[in-house]
Design a protein. Sequence first.
Length: 336
Amino acid sequence: MLIPCIDLQGGQAVQLVHGRRRELAVSDVFGLLEKFRSYPWLHIIDLDAAMGKPANDDLVRDLCAEASATYKEDRWNVYANYTYVDATFRNSLILGSPNNPFADPNGNIFVVPGDHLAGIPNYRFKLGGEYQITTPWKVGADLNVIGSQWLVGDEANQNPKVPAYWVVNVNSSYKITQNLELFGLVRNLFNKHYFVSGTFFETDSFPYLGLTDPRTFLPGMPLAAYVGVRGTLPTGGGVFADAPMVTKARQTRFAGTASAVTNWTGIYLGVNGGYTFGGSKWSDSVTGNSSGSFGTSVAQTIQQRREQFHLLRLGETLDPGLAELSGCKRMGDVGH
């Protein structure tokens, strides 16, 4: 059985190389928790406590205390969960944020105890359900509500926050055989316009545009639909529809006996395909041209996300449900 893990260091989820050098860091720890929700077990490791540094006790406690509920009856499966995050600084700090309009002449901002960490939504709520129409055919939908957050680089909490938003997703799957399944996904069913996160940029990096507002926002994925097929390969030990993708047992030795080092019970192979589409309304501050509709393939979307937000990732996935259109909205030259 595969068990995911969240390593905590300094209030963030991190990935260390050889246990020392930090390769990746993610502030939105509860966002990772949401991605791992489908797994029956999750390891949470406090690296600071293991290294003798101040522990992340409150964060660990909040992760473990996240409210969730599931109700199953006959063909129905209904679930809900809610997370409230109150992540604050405990000490006074001087941080560099030269593009923040409230920074001093040296490009510094001043954090005091009680200021909230940036880039972390203050709450998350998810309500969803599934209905088994027939034995092989299942449909479902979910509502996701994400709270507001401070812009990255505004740890002093002086600028307006990135606003809260909500989206509705629907899905369906049909099991053709025990090892082959068709599925379909519709993300952002009502084509809501929202921002996933925000930060600051240097306004004079494009002097010919005459930008004055240093805020920049990452737009959320518009209405998108996907179809695909996924399947599992049977093994010599038989076919298990509900078995995990890969199971690896540790070698165990007893007096006079020995077991195999590995015991592979299954493997997963899948193919996903889809196309995202949407529209926006804005005009270029220089040319005056307005926008039209746009589209992008799933592979292109994932590649753009990797190139633009490499340092913000903790792991990678080709799940189209997690792919979002790349790009930023600069308030100085773009407006709804």
